[in-house]
Ligand binder design. Sequence first.
Ligand code: SF4
Length: 477
Amino acid sequence: MTEKKEKCGLFAARSSSGADVVPMTLQGLEAQQHRGQESWGISVPGKPVFTRMGLVTGWHLEADTLSSYSGKSAIGHVRYSTTGRSVIENAQPIQVGSEFSIAHNGTLVNADEISASVAPEFGRPCESDTLAAGLRLQHFLQEGRGMFEAFKSLSVELVGAYCFAILDSSGMIYVARDPRGYRPLCLGWQEDSGTFVAASESCALASVGADFIRDVEPGEIVRFGDAGVESIRFAPRMATAYCSFEYTYFAHPSSRLNGVSVYEARKKVGRVLAKKSQTTGDVVIPVPDSARPSALGFALESGIPMDEGLMKDRYGRKGSIRSFIEPEQPRREEVVRRIIPIKETIKGRDVIVIDDSVVRGTSSRIIIDSLRRAGAKSVKMAVTFPPIRHPCFMGIDFPSREELLAHEVARDDDTTSETASKVANAIGADEFFYNDIEGLGEAIGLPRDSLCFACVNGDYSKLSTTLPVKAQEQAKT
Ligand code: SF4
């Protein structure tokens, strides 16, 4: 089966002054390490693609090899995948013939169909959705179309969420964002080196000293070339479906996505949750790190003080790793077990712990157990993302429906508060509060119908009027 789970970070740079952009690309990838921690890679014209497993910071160990990589154009990628697929062969960017290299953030739901369509030319079905799309793009280019036209033809065949960075053999860079805009992508300008940059998140622009220009529009492909920046729409404007999960968990708090500060959205969602729950307690504690701004918002709204009660063991082997995007459950749990309680904050107190989401519930159980062992009088949990009951086909690796706690313990027609009380029992919390779609939409501050909540409400209509059969089966089970 074609690998369809690519939830990653992209970086691309082209200097009009001829400056070497490889150091900047490595830095831009490091700043997006939270989007993918399994493998990474860069591509410059005229050199084999450079890919490695592990964190981008590992590049320091390869400085000698990388010293031969330089150029005024480069693209890079950090990857987050699933069990069994976290192998160097699937690291990106991927070279496609001699024409271009390609990197992808998203998921192509119809990867099997695209793979089958390229199989006769490729000699076999390809295992990666990115490679399948790349080969299809190569097919259109070989028909004599330019990249803009070729991409337009490709886009008609793609179902799913995608942002692509493409580097052609002449050093031109193309970045494209799917017509619904599920995943973020933005453009920037680094004045000192005269470099146009593109990144999944604006935090990467800031890390390389680039000014944010704008988000890439959904349905737009942008070229960085000799003539500067040019772009076309490859698809008509349609209602967007920005991923709401990016705002509560996935993106870096310093980023702005689609005009919204992630930090401010997280703080506001904490306020919304405090208003909705109307609960009481002695102390508000964040689950580190993504829930910290929300805990602050909760504390400000409720008047209950926030304190640090759970600290990540930053110096351990897994210190910088995020649990959710670890590819295997035991590895996720290991990360959570490295969150150490501070007894002085917890002992004898009614604790309200704030988290960004509950997926399987395993991490929540570990956290609650740890707070109780540290002497908490009671533990209430408030979660900023609504109940996740459905799979995501648009780039976030939620497990199958049966593994989703809200689906396992509650009925689809249960209200948010009915679901919350069943989840409280399942994870051992004294009380449990979920946000709902209205509350999350209000906190993000974008029109609700411009956001995606499909993992909450099962509405995939913006993805496709008809999901491929395999996806339909997954959505039902
Ligand atoms: S289904 Fe959920 S995780 Fe996936 S894109 Fe939509 S909001 Fe994001």
